[in-house]
Design a protein around this ligand. Structure first.
Ligand SMILES: NC(=O)c1ccc[n+]([C@@H]2O[C@H](COP(=O)([O-])OP(=O)(O)OC[C@H]3O[C@@H](n4cnc5c(N)ncnc54)[C@H](OP(=O)(O)O)[C@@H]3O)[C@@H](O)[C@H]2O)c1
Length: 252
């Protein structure tokens, strides 16, 4: 029996797909047949993601964009054209106690983590609504619902993404566009592993993993699998949902 290729004929735009979870999602959605639009600021990592996809027989193109810049965001939405799957994944994680958080860092995190997905979705969703189909996947974090000292701006943006997931579902789903979120636990992306090693030293990774019921951090591909599920029609009865991909961290 020929395996089904569930996203054939569909275009997926994944923000922050030059690295980490976004890159893993780009590879997986391309494997599932989607034409993937890879985006981020780093041209060489963007081209590398596209090359990895095309070497494996998939289809992808890179559009550079800086999500702190609204003009760049609008240019990205325009160059992307019709999109069937939008994954709002890019985010930054400023580390600072609330009492000493600087305003520039606050504004930059709000711009990338909240303003960008908001206005990118506002730009992309109308064509989905006109077609009567589409899947929007927002990437949240377990820290939207569990405290993490030092990350107040980040956690606030992630809680906002979960609220937007529900509100956008209410606005878009009567017209056939599903909106869901994935809330990952600690995941072994390069950025997180570097930050953990700096903050906690050599044992940091194990320490973070032990916070979960499976006793380990996730591989980026394990989170990408959940993104793929929400992108595909297999999840056709899900909208307004936040799936915790955190090995039970928020359950226990
Ligand atoms: N890793 C974890 O443990 C974890 C846990 C919970 C939730 N999450 C969430 O999962 C998502 C991915 O996390 P990750 O660990 O994979 O992140 P990452 O490895 O740090 O990658 C972040 C991505 O965002 C892009 N980005 C950052 N600032 C940007 C800007 N101004 N304009 C355009 N793109 C920008 C980066 O691309 P360029 O550098 O090319 O611009 C990169 O591709 C985020 O939403 C994060 O909050 C991660």
């Amino acid at each position: 029996m020929t395996p089904s290729i569930p996203l054939t004929g569909r275009t997926a735009l994944i923000t922050g797909s030059t690295a980490g979870i976004g890159r893993a999602a780009a590879l997986l959605l391309a494997e599932a047949g989607a034409e993937v639009i890879v985006t981020g600021r780093d041209i060489s990592r963007g081209n590398d993601t596209v090359a990895t996809i095309t070497r494996a027989g998939g289809r992808a193109r890179f559009l550079a964009a800086d999500l702190t810049d609204l003009a760049s965001l609008r240019a990205l939405a325009e160059a992307a054209g019709a999109v069937d799957v939008l994954v709002n994944n890019a985010a930054v994680q400023p580390l600072s106690p609330a009492v000493s958080q600087d305003i520039d860092g606050f504004d930059a995190a709000i711009a990338v983590n909240l303003r960008a997905p908001y206005f990118l979705t506002a730009a992309i969703a109308p064509a989905m609504l006109a077609r009567g189909s589409g899947s929007i996947v927002n990437i949240s974090s377990m820290t939207a619902t569990t405290a993490m000292a030092g990350f107040s701006v980040y956690t606030a943006t992630k809680a906002a993404m979960e609220a937007l997931t529900r509100t956008w579902a209410a606005e878009f789903s009567p017209s056939g566009v599903r909106v869901n979120a994935v809330s990952p636990g600690p995941t072994r992306t390069e950025a997180v592993l570097t930050a953990v090693a700096e903050a906690l030293g050599a044992g940091g990774e194990a320490q973070l993993g032990e916070l979960t019921l499976l006793g380990r951090m996730a591989e980026p591909r394990e989170i990408a699998e959940v993104i793929l599920f929400l992108a595909e029609d297999r999840s056709s009865y899900l909208t307004g949902a936040v799936l915790a991909a955190d090995a039970g961290r928020t359950a226990a």
